[in-house]
Design a protein around this ligand. Structure first.
Ligand code: NDP
Length: 251
């Protein structure tokens, strides 16, 4: 059984708002020192202030996850300050473009793959050898039910999230022997800015299809992440965990 290093450090990408901010808040409450990563320094500093006022430890780490040099430099700085993270939560992601597959431009495709897939690769390639050296690591990649199923008008997003599920499973198989687990989390519809932008009629149609008749909350996603990176989660490896209120169970 692996033991967590003392004062474990968790990196959470996309921490400036939505699901990432909730994950960072929950992990800080659970005793992690949290590195908050996104491009929005002001939002990260505000969250840092809230977490510190609540008795936690957090650092803003301004970074574009799609920019490999940016990621390496930010994480090198973090390592020099607090050491190698025990936990990496790859949550940063972008949605859209919501149109037909033949209408997706190369630029749109590249943008989504750059953030949703290459961004995760950038962080994992930095973290994996270091986690191996310390004999411990917990990686959670926030995918989507679109990483397991398809959806009209979402071909690019679905392709990136399927890639993330496959990548997570491969890392789990490859690095489990070194004390590192890696899982993909596949939420359904979660109440964040991403979903708030959907037209009211579309939201109503979605709610009709969800057995529990509500959207999920960022805090519920954060709770599952906390389980996966906590002491009880160590035997979950290579899974794609669905949390969607029963949506995908509903033919
Ligand atoms: P939001 O749009 O609310 O937040 C996205 C986060 O990602 C922001 O913090 C943003 O930070 C960050 N981000 C985006 N691009 C970059 C980049 N290039 N570099 C660094 N950070 C970046 O999204 P949600 O909270 O809704 O979604 C979070 C994750 O959960 C995403 O991966 C999404 O695909 C996934 N998901 C969401 C669902 C939902 O219903 N909301 C359902 C299933 C999955 P900033 O702009 O400050 O850089």
């Amino acid at each position: 059984m692996q033991t967590q290093p003392k004062a474990p450090v968790a990196v959470v990408t996309g921490a400036s708002r939505g699901i990432g901010a909730a994950i960072a808040t929950t992990l800080a409450r659970n005793g992690f020192e949290v590195a908050l990563m996104s491009r929005d320094v002001a939002a990260l500093e505000q969250l840092q202030k809230r977490l510190v006022e609540a008795g936690g430890h957090a650092w803003p780490l301004a970074c574009d996850v799609a920019n490999r040099a940016d990621v390496t430099s930010a994480l090198d700085q973090l390592e020099a300050k607090v050491g190698v993270p025990a936990v990496l939560v790859n949550n940063a992601g972008i949605g859209g473009p919501f149109h037909r597959a033949d209408e997706v431009s190369v630029a749109e495709w590249d943008l989504l793959f750059g953030v949703n897939v290459e961004g995760v690769r950038n962080l994992c390639q930095w973290a994996l050898p270091r986690m191996k050296a310390q004999g411990y690591g917990r990686i959670v990649n926030i995918a989507s039910i679109m990483g397991l199923f398809g959806g009209a008008q979402s071909s690019t997003y679905a392709a990136t999230k399927h890639a993330l599920v496959g990548y997570s499973k491969a890392i789990a198989a490859e690095w489990g022997a070194y004390g590192i687990t890696c899982n993909a989390l596949c939420p359904g519809y979660i109440e964040t800015e991403m979903l708030a932008k959907a037209p009211a009629a579309a939201r109503e149609r979605l709610l009709e299809r969800i057995p529990v008749k509500r959207f999920g909350t960022p805090e519920e996603v954060a709770g599952l992440v906390a389980f996966l990176v906590g002491p009880a989660g160590g035997y979950v490896n290579g899974s794609a965990l669905v949390m969607d209120g029963g949506l995908s169970a509903h033919l």
